[in-house]
Design a protein around this ligand. Structure first.
Ligand SMILES: Nc1ncnc2c1ncn2[C@@H]1O[C@H](COP(=O)(O)OP(=O)(O)OP(=O)(O)O)[C@@H](O)[C@H]1O
Ligand SMILES: [Mg+2]
Length: 386
């Protein structure tokens, strides 16, 4: 697949979305939707037209009606971009509508990148963008509604009426998120660096099928001989790869580090960054280091809410994958294709409390033991091995 073939006429080696000056999006009425239209016009004549499944434009009136005038009872969440409302479109479709806050630090640039990326990228583990609305200063995004909210909602700050995620669901979520990332890194051409992988951005449907969301920070990866893209450091504290935080050098391996942090959250039930904890425990990665080094301590890391209901051998492998993703040296981190293979294997060995037979034989996963992985080991796909 060549998602970005429409951009291939550019002569620059690295396509940097932040370099592109887009005209502001114009609001289109419903009647205009059928027409072939250009979504973005840039100074460099990059245009993406209807062929690429552009998201449709909605009028502000349609979205106000869908959310009963943005009624507070329809509010389902709030993030850096602004408030998120549940709504129902005229055709009966239930949607989540994100409204850019006028004081948002994120803003129009991210709005444009989000629409651009999600018009081009389509996968069962990425959230679907139905459309957008620009009306005066208003910027709104219309997504499919994900009834179980975000992974974050199911791991932390637990209320009594909620069931904690069981082991098998945690592996299912990890695998789906890895497949979404594999699509971005391996199927998109040039690859897409997600840059904002975190549990708040993994949305869940009724069956806990995960979908990655929020592509406003995504970057097109390096092409040709380039090894990295240079950018302003963006993302979320606690998930950011150390080399990216220090130098701004962004590679696909920055996403792998963030994925490792999400795996740690799934295993431990602790937040990537938790200022309410005592010094030394606020950063999950820092807290986890002594445990990751000593396999006898692995079980002590596990989320107490699992109440011991997990297969010990699978846990060891999941922690080995996590530790490799979190290596300081980016080139030692695995490729996403290898992570998918390993998680597929763990998913094929579900924990069964009745038979207590969730421990896979060691042989096929031995290469995932700590320290055993190297870049040269057989990779599932030879995509962008940075
Ligand atoms: N498509 C959706 N379906 C259902 N709920 C959603 C959807 N999108 C967002 N939400 C809810 O809204 C909340 C806020 O999402 P949002 O993406 O705006 O912020 P965030 O990811 O939590 O934080 P940040 O903006 O800092 O990245 C989510 O945690 C989730 O509960
Ligand atoms: Mg989000």
């Amino acid at each position: 697949m060549s998602c970005f073939s429409c951009m291939s006429s550019r002569r620059k080696d690295v396509i940097d979305i932040e370099d592109i000056q887009y005209d502001s999006l114009h609001s289109h009425s419903s009647a205009e939707r059928g027409r072939k239209k250009t979504l973005f016009n840039s100074r460099s004549d990059i245009s993406i037209n209807a062929k690429t499944n552009v998201a449709q434009s909605f009028t502000f009136r349609e979205l106000a009606s869908a959310t009963k005038n943005f009624k507070p009872t329809n509010l389902i969440g709030e993030g850096g971009f602004g408030k998120v409302y549940k709504g129902r479109l005229d055709n009966g479709q239930v949607v989540a509508i994100k409204q850019l806050d006028e004081n948002s630090l994120q803003g129009n640039q991210e709005f444009i990148v989000e629409v651009l990326m999600l018009s081009l990228l389509h996968h069962s583990n990425l959230v679907t963008l139905f459309g957008y609305c620009t009306h005066g200063d208003q910027r709104l995004l219309v997504y499919e509604y994900m009834p179980k909210g975000s992974l974050e909602d199911h791991l932390f700050d637990f209320e009594d009426d909620k069931e904690p995620l069981d082991w098998n669901t945690r592996i299912k979520v990890a695998l789906g998120a890895a497949r979404g990332l594999e699509y971005l890194h391996c199927a998109a051409n040039p690859p897409v660096i997600y840059r904002d992988l975190k549990s708040a951005n993994i949305l869940l449907d009724n069956d806990f099928h995960p979908r990655l969301s929020d592509f406003g920070l995504a970057k097109l990866g390096p092409v040709g001989d380039r090894t990295h893209v240079s950018t302003r450091v963006m993302g979320t504290y606690g998930y950011c790869a150390p080399e990216y935080a220090m130098s701004g050098k962004l590679t696909l391996k920055s996403d792998i580090y963030s994925f490792g942090v999400v795996l740690l959250e799934l295993i431990t039930g602790r937040k990537a960054m938790d200022p309410t904890r005592k010094q030394g425990e606020q950063s999950l990665v820092v807290w986890s280091r002594p445990f990751l080094k000593d396999r006898r301590k692995f079980v002590q890391m596990v989320d107490p809410l699992l109440k011991g209901r997990f297969p010990v051998r699978c846990l060891h492998h999941a922690i080995a994958i996590t530790a490799m993703c979190l290596q300081d040296e980016p080139t030692f981190r695995p490729l996403v294709g290898d992570i998918v293979v390993a998680l597929e294997y763990l998913a094929s060995q579900p924990y069964n409390p009745e038979s207590n037979s969730g421990n896979p034989p060691l042989t096929s996963l031995q290469r995932w033991d700590l320290g055993a992985f190297s870049e040269e080991s057989g990779s599932r796909k030879s995509c962008a091995s940075l």
